[in-house]
Design a protein around this ligand. Structure first.
Ligand SMILES: Cc1cc2nc3c(=O)[nH]c(=O)nc-3n(C[C@H](O)[C@H](O)[C@H](O)COP(=O)(O)OP(=O)(O)OC[C@H]3O[C@@H](n4cnc5c(N)ncnc54)[C@H](O)[C@@H]3O)c2cc1C
Length: 403
């Protein structure tokens, strides 16, 4: 249930492994493809790429993903140079074969690849837009599609996003944290190349990230050779005023937060805004039901890891299901669901706590806190093993080869 990036990718992955899947979304799929440049992009960690590859989506992305080669984390104040104490992660220091930390994938490009794949994938039956009612029991589940068939299945996956009706129907409790922050999301074109550098600049109102995208033919007339995606967090009470600025003033405000390293910047494409909150489900499973992606957890976008966690849910669930099918075992049985929760809950809880903690630690301008966190940043920068641990986690790879 849910043909968003998590549900859609999982369905393609399962169907391409020979598992019969019905994919249901309440929304109409084609209008999700915006023909114009929209500037939203996902930072896809190295670990998530394998799921997109296995689902047959990676090679058909119409805009090539742009590698993230370096990550720079710094503490700062608006209009002033960043603190000299910063963290710099170079992908060549992560251990093992040097490979990028991840790739910037245009949201529009992933959406198009999914929409094209659904009808072409054997074994995948798409119902969208469609309303469905689900009945679950120990023996199996029935999915009644309004004006459509009744599907008998062994497992229902709720990939319906944060307000998952199936999660609520199952009575699974959630913990929510409002942040009082809004993320302004857009793309900017800039004078100088970004060289694959992702920048996370912590400011008192919230983090400001600039993420390296590939050249874009349609970001602005004549094309744009140097483009970055911006995720600019502000206090919600101030965000509307920034959203309403004209392009020139908006770009000047963004430049004050970004710093001078990319030269002159221009805002391109649309601006989007998202009210930020975190949410985590206390359980990921119920009778014949598994939660995946934002239906199970929603985190602060501070580290660009929300979808990556969902993809890691997808990898775990797909591996378990494919193995169960191969062994003629029960795909929606208690054993599989317990194992799924065991595989995914600790990782998701850790990232939930880390992103929440980092946001709290950095979204303050108190002098003592600033001094201590700058020292912390500097200490991590000097501690090789700790730095490598952070890098591997950002890549979505937990066990570094040979360490
Ligand atoms: C500002 C911002 C920046 C972000 N940047 C990044 C990033 O760089 N990297 C990253 O990894 N993550 C990022 N994220 C997080 C990422 O966007 C989400 O984690 C991701 O969209 C979750 O995907 P999903 O498929 O689980 O849910 P959704 O994208 O919410 O999709 C849910 C789908 O379910 C459908 N649906 C809903 N209800 C029903 C129903 N009752 N029946 C059937 N279908 C239903 C919906 O129509 C939709 O298609 C960011 C988030 C924000 C807010």
């Amino acid at each position: 249930m849910g043909a968003g990036p998590v549900g859609g990718t999982l369905a393609c992955r399962l169907a391409s492994a020979g598992v019969s899947v019905a994919l249901i979304d309440q929304a109409v799929l084609p209008p999700m493809e915006n023909p114009a440049f929209d500037g939203r992009a996902y930072a896809i960690a190295a670990g998530s790429r394998t799921l997109l590859e296995d689902a047959g989506l990676w090679d058909v992305l119409d805009v090539p993903p742009n590698p993230i080669l370096d990550i720079r984390v710094s503490d700062g104040r608006i209009g002033r140079p960043p603190s000299r104490l910063h963290l710099h992660f170079d992908h060549r220091e992560a251990g093992g074969d040097p490979r990028p930390f991840g790739w910037m994938v245009e949201a529009r490009s992933l959406r198009k690849a999914l929409n094209a794949r659904f009808p072409a994938q054997a074994g995948l039956h798409l119902f969208a837009p469609a309303k469905a009612a689900v009945e679950r029991s120990d023996d199996g589940a029935l999915v009644r599609i309004e004006d459509g068939p009744v599907i008998a299945c062994q497992l229902v996956v709720a990939a319906e996003g944060r307000n998952s009706p199936l999660r609520e129907q199952a009575g699974i409790p959630v913990t929510r944290i409002p942040y009082g922050q809004t993320a302004i999301v857009c793309a900017v074109s800039h004078e100088y190349p970004h060289h694959g550098l992702a920048l996370e600049h912590f400011l008192p109102a919230g983090p400001f990230a600039a993420l390296p995208m590939g050249p874009s033919a349609d970001a602005e007339p004549g094309g744009a050779p140097h483009v970055s995606a911006i995720v600019w967090t502000e206090r919600t009470k101030d965000a509307a005023a920034f959203m309403a600025l004209d392009d020139g003033r908006f770009a000047r405000e963004a430049a004050r937060r970004l710093g001078p390293h990319l030269g002159a910047i221009r805002a391109v494409g649309r601006r989007w805004s998202y009210n930020l909150s975190a949410m985590i489900a206390h359980r990921y499973a119920d009778t014949r039901l598994a939660l995946a992606g934002d239906a199970a957890h929603g985190i602060h976008p501070i580290a660009g890891q929300g979808l990556n966690l969902g993809f890691r849910d997808g990898i775990a669930l797909a591996d378990l299901i494919v193995e169960a099918v191969r062994n003629n075992a029960d795909v929606g049985g208690k054993a599989l669901l317990t194992q799924y929760q065991r595989m995914r809950q600790p990782d998701n809880l850790l990232m939930f706590a880390m992103t929440d903690g980092i946001d709290r630690l950095f979204s303050t301008d108190r002098r003592m806190v600033r001094a201590v966190r700058d020292l912390g940043i500097n200490a991590v920068d000097r501690l090789g093993p700790m730095k490598r641990m952070f890098m591997r986690r950002a890549m979505g790879v937990t066990a570094p080869p040979g360490s």
